[in-house]
Design a binder for this molecule. Sequence first.
Ligand code: KG4
Ligand code: ZN
Length: 355
Amino acid sequence: MNIPGTKPLTVLGIETSCDETAAAVVRGLPPGPGAILSNVVFSQSEAHAPYGGVVPEIASRAHLELLDDIIERAMAEARLDWRDLDAIAATAGPGLIGGVMVGLTTAKALALGAGKKLVAVNHLAGHALTARLTDGVEFPFLLLLVSGGHCQLLAVEGADRFRLYGTTMDDAAGEAFDKVAKLLGLGYPGGPQVEIHAARGNPRAYALPRPLLGRPSASAGAVDFSFSGLKTAMRQLAQDQTVRIDDACASFQAAVIDILRDRTAKAMGMFRDHFPDTASPTLVIAGGVAANRAIGTALAALAADQNFQIRVPPARLCTDNGAMIAWAGLERLALGNSDPLVIGPKARWPLSNSV
Ligand code: KG4
Ligand code: ZN
């Protein structure tokens, strides 16, 4: 007989909310760590590169063409049969609605056909909970979520309990990297390109604005982000024929680091106030931008300074993937949650309201 809550759960996860078509199988139990039995990710970035950004119509068509094969490969690599699964999880939002519909509809069909539970997963919860899949990080923890679509600081109190400390008023951090890369004529996706050039440049070469820096901690929106002023300054810089690309990238990245460091430091103070009993608090960095080593190094130094532990999942689990969706589905399943087949996709789906 299986004692509830002690038998590891096995979940297939499907991710189609942006330009990665991905499926993975994970096994484990909260708080983790879990085992990644397979993790197949196909990046469509080549198809979108000529446009310098993701084209929703191209993305949803590609998901439709690719997804069946990706799922078959994920199941084969995990050496599992459908009956070995406890549930099928899929991103149900937020994201590009056409892609989300492809993944969620496929998950519904599989759940119905295989007689398995369906778990609709919030993509942001997937990023948020990845550090439990990889490191078994206990609740509560402070999360800096920095991706192409989001830039937020949150307290993660449970698999479906989040407190929003701050968010972006305009662009996401990754979006700013992508736009700057486009302005400077670098490839897409821009983040990795900017990082490579930044490593060869002088971060003090160009004076750039750091929007909202130095706002008092107690003021409303003290932990909010804004990148539009920085982006405008970069547009002007890019128009200068004599601009040095490496120096421009290094100066831009240094500004982003200052902004992220300032807001994260303030959020650390809020987290300590909210959770005074957490003896050794943890900062988790998640989302595609967490793959940036210079950002990781700067935040690791901040964490050491503020007596926070830091966890950054490996780069392949920071960018969009199926394992994070499978794990977030597994966490909900372990709480006794699953979803009816009538559940709909959501283009917008915030994790929580602000504190
Ligand atoms: O999490 P993700 O794969 O997709 C979203 O959910 O948005 O994040 C993709 C974003 C892109 O904007 C990409 O340019 C950025 O993450 N990114 C980076 C780096 N690698 C990916 N940004 C800065 N430095 C990097 N090394
Ligand atoms: Zn993402």
